[in-house]
Design a protein around this ligand. Structure first.
Ligand code: ATP
Ligand code: MG
Length: 492
């Protein structure tokens, strides 16, 4: 009786695992949380409606809810539901079940570059050996699903497979931080919160749900996620809760068992989501500057060198302006010092410039990128950016015309511009290429003549600088496939 009364006051009782704190379900109305429902992406809204109309529970979940609550613009919208992946797939025309370790459904809207994916995940069960048994009692689960549905955990507690479905409160407990574990129903506009996420958002605390040590052991990538969210939310004054922060450095070794490709992806999220500088600051502050991933170690080590710093600042700026960024560009910047060193050494040994550069690049790939297999395109793009650099010195006839038409010209040019910014090459050279890329053919011929005459009358650079007559322009050539493309040369 008393228990019932307490449950009534505190909310719905959690599921039957007494040992685990599933939190209590708290429904927070719009008048309290203040989320503007019109900011929810239309496609996410349509996914939620379709699922709810079919009789399932469905909510916007995770980072989108967190960002809406904090007044930030969510970068994507995820949906959580009690429908299984097969049931979700059946409701949408273009839906694909993806992942093995963690099966989810991608519901796709639109086509080509404009397409958008709403990720739909089924509520996960509490991570417990009993969960495998429990799921057998769930009549929604098909036989074929059951076969692949046991939690697989390795000896250190790392979760290897995670396709056991459960109720919402268990799903909430499986999420990482309290502010990432809230569910928003855009229809009723209720925010569902089991772990005090709303309170932590108000207090600006980043808190791991449950025992942080156990949660990092379950999935060591959460160590990197802690850094990422601490960096992203530092601008709003958020701090990692002490218990959440403390084990980070000592548990770093666990990352050794995480697949390299996942670490690589997490490194890119640290560096390419608009908070690269803040992430590096957090890594240093938390004692994680070394040991997450070899390439990241190099980034942190070089973060204060003018060229890498300029690249990081530029990346943050671009993301902030909603422009695309390419991993190949940033990594080419980070490893440029090695390429240059090897190149210079070969030049000193009288190897001709292009083979010297090529050999140096091969050596750098061998030493630094060897562990990222299956990333052929990334490596090819980096190589192209580097190989283009000596060609920028050749401001003559057909060479200049063909360089500017290259698919990766924009990236190569942006790289040159950063080099100019740190005085590695003349600013006038970057200015010249900027003008050249935007000029029409006649104006390009003029520029080539100008470069020629500069060559014979030094100093070359002042000639370009002083020559600022308005000229005929044509739209910058678009370099398809380049992430540093599609916009006019940036404003450095
Ligand atoms: P972002 O804005 O960077 O996308 P996010 O919080 O949405 O941040 P996602 O990687 O998109 O991060 O994950 C969506 C949600 O899934 C998270 O908010 C969290 O609830 C849950 N989640 C993702 N990865 C993990 C993890 N490794 N452990 C626990 N929960 C996770
Ligand atoms: Mg997200």
């Amino acid at each position: 009786m008393i228990k019932k009364f307490i449950q009534k006051i505190l909310g719905k009782p959690s599921s039957s695992h007494a040992a685990t704190d599933f939190g209590k379900r708290v429904e927070i109305p719009a008048s309290v949380h203040g989320i503007d429902p019109s900011l929810v992406d239309d496609r996410a809204l349509s996914v939620v409606r379709t699922l709810q109309d079919a009789g399932y529970e469905a909510y916007v979940v995770g980072g989108a809810v967190r960002d809406l609550l904090l007044g930030l613009r969510p970068k994507d919208f995820d949906v959580a539901t009690d429908a299984t992946p097969e049931e979700v797939k059946a409701l949408f025309r273009r839906a694909f079940i993806i992942g093995r370790r963690f099966r989810i459904v991608h519901v796709v809207y639109g086509r080509g570059r404009e397409h958008e994916v709403i990720e739909v995940s089924t509520f996960r069960a509490h991570l417990d050996n009993r969960a495998a048994e429990q799921v057998k009692g769930n009549e929604k689960t098909s036989k074929s699903e059951l076969a692949g549905m046991k939690h697989a955990v390795d000896s250190s507690g790392r979760v290897l497979r995670d396709n056991v479905w459960g109720p919402q409160d268990e799903d909430a407990t499986r999420r990482d931080f309290t502010i990432n574990a809230m569910y928003y129903d855009p229809e009723s506009q209720y925010l569902v919160d089991y772990h005090g996420g709303m309170q932590d958002a108000n207090k600006k605390v980043l808190r791991m749900i449950g025992d942080p040590v156990a949660r990092y052991r379950e999935d060591p990538v959460r160590i990197i996620r802690a850094v990422r969210f601490a960096a992203k939310l530092s601008q709003l004054g958020f701090k990692l809760e002490t218990k959440t922060a403390k084990p980070l450095a000592t548990m770093l070794g666990l990352l050794a068992d995480v697949p390299q490709s996942r670490l690589f992806d997490e490194m890119l999220k640290l560096l390419q989501t608009g908070h690269a500088l803040a992430s590096i600051e957090q890594l240093q502050k938390l004692g994680l500057q070394k040991g997450i991933y070899p390439l990241l170690d190099v980034v942190v080590e070089r973060a204060d060198s003018p060229f890498v710093k300029a690249a990081l600042v530029d990346t943050d700026r671009r993301v902030g302006e909603g422009k695309p960024v390419a991993p190949s560009f940033l990594l080419a910047c980070v490893l440029w010092a090695d390429v240059k060193l090897g190149w210079d050494q070969r030049l000193a040994n009288r190897v001709p410039p292009f083979p010297a550069l090529q050999e140096s690049i091969d050596e750098v790939f061998e030493a630094r990128i060897g562990d990222v297999s299956g990333r052929g395109k990334l490596a090819a793009d980096m190589r192209e950016i580097w190989m283009m650099q000596p060609r920028f010195d050749k401001r003559i006839g057909s060479t200049a015309f063909s360089l500017v038409e290259q698919a990766r010209f924009r990236a190569g040019f942006d790289f040159l511009r950063l080099r100019a910014e740190v005085a590695e090459v003349e600013l006038a050279l970057a200015d010249w290429w900027q003008e050249f890329s935007m000029a029409d053919d006649a104006a390009r011929e003029d520029l080539i003549q100008l470069a020629k005459s500069e060559k014979s009358s030094a100093p070359a650079t002042d000639a370009v600088k002083s020559r600022r007559a308005p000229r005929r322009r044509k739209p910058a050539s678009k370099s398809a496939g380049s992430d540093h493309s599609g916009d006019a040369p940036s404003d450095h």
